[in-house]
Design a protein. Structure first.
Length: 330
């Protein structure tokens, strides 16, 4: 892909403090006080209470979900044998919205205050609608983390779970992706001249985290640690960067350069984006290689200078200079 540079600077930031409900906590969930409402929720596949679910499972011979015991990442089923079966999911599958459970829906839409937010997620997540507003704000458990871009942002272009801020620097696009429990950040650097720019040699993001200490982790990532509890509220792994060079022939069934399948809805980690001439690729396709497809992958150094309210990201200069034209930092 000569002439195009992609760079994934930043990473995946997710909730670290509150895990999904355990089986013990789901069993203690309150039962609906309104019998009429409980009957309305009852079908052959789900019921509002444990007693009704067990009776329905015995009658139908199929497992029945107990809706009063479900959580962000867990379900409890009554089985035909008269037992309860808990299922725990690796990622959240639903979120509380207005006091009701709703399926996760990370498609972005403009909010009344001008920010950009997913329709349903387990965190209160908002991206900038443009201008001087923080690039991203994320709230959970009474804590808020905000990151700001070092400059004025254009209005984003929305595509499903992805907001693209075009030309935040010359020939550099910024893509923010909403997830069920956090967000992803990707910089796409589209020319060698942009890669050589001073702005990308050390990228400084302002950070605000009241009640938390933002720290580097031993693994090279970030953690926002609650000052009282001493546990992480938000976490991010080591940010990575990669270029457009293909992997070796033995790295995969198609030479390490095969296109990955379109990501599942609501789980878009690195966004569809602009092609070299500014045109949009078909929905579900990305014009740049992912980290797994690239022949060159390197970590991005992370620093949190004391007392400065900043996170500093320093890309690997060797990856920038190798003459290829696509780099991706994430």
């Amino acid at each position: 892909m000569p002439g195009l540079l992609a760079a994934g600077l930043g990473g995946v930031l997710t909730v670290g403090l509150l895990p999904g409900p355990s089986v013990a906590s789901t069993r203690s969930a309150p039962r609906p006080a309104n019998p009429t409402a409980a009957r309305a929720e009852t079908t052959d596949s789900q019921a509002a209470t444990e007693d009704v679910a067990l009776a329905t499972a015995t009658r139908t011979g199929h497992a029945v979900k107990i809706t009063s015991m479900q959580g962000e990442s867990a379900d409890v089923f009554a089985t035909p044998e008269g037992k309860l079966q808990a299922r725990q999911y690796l990622r959240p599958v639903r979120a509380r919205v207005g006091g009701q459970w709703k399926d996760i829906d990370t498609d972005l839409a403009k909010s009344g205050d001008g920010s950009i937010a997913p329709r349903s997620a387990t965190v209160d997540l908002a991206f900038s609608g443009g201008g001087d507003a923080p690039l991203v704000r994320m709230r959970r458990a009474g804590r808020e983390l905000a990151l700001s871009w070092p400059g004025t942002l254009p209005a984003p272009v929305l595509d499903g779970a992805v907001a693209t801020y075009r030309n935040v620097l010359p020939d550099v696009d910024l893509r923010m992706g909403a997830q069920a429990d956090g967000f992803t950040q990707l910089l796409v650097v589209k020319s060698a001249e942009a890669a050589a720019g001073e702005e990308l040699s050390r990228l400084r993001l302002k950070v605000a985290a009241a009640g938390m200490d933002v720290k580097e982790t031993a693994a090279g990532g970030l953690a926002a640690v609650d000052k009282g509890a001493g546990s992480p509220v938000f976490e991010a792994p080591t940010p990575m960067m990669w270029d457009s060079s293909p992997g070796r022939a033995d790295d995969g069934p198609e030479g390490g350069r095969s296109r990955s399948a379109a990501p599942a809805q609501g789980r878009t980690p690195a966004a569809k984006g602009t092609a070299a001439e500014g045109t949009e690729p078909p929905t579900g396709q990305s014009p740049e290689p992912s980290a797994g497809e690239s022949g060159k992958l390197a970590p991005v150094a992370v620093e949190v200078p004391a007392g400065q309210g900043q996170v500093v990201l320093t890309p690997d200069a060797e990856v920038w200079i190798d003459g290829k034209c696509v780099r991706s930092c994430r």
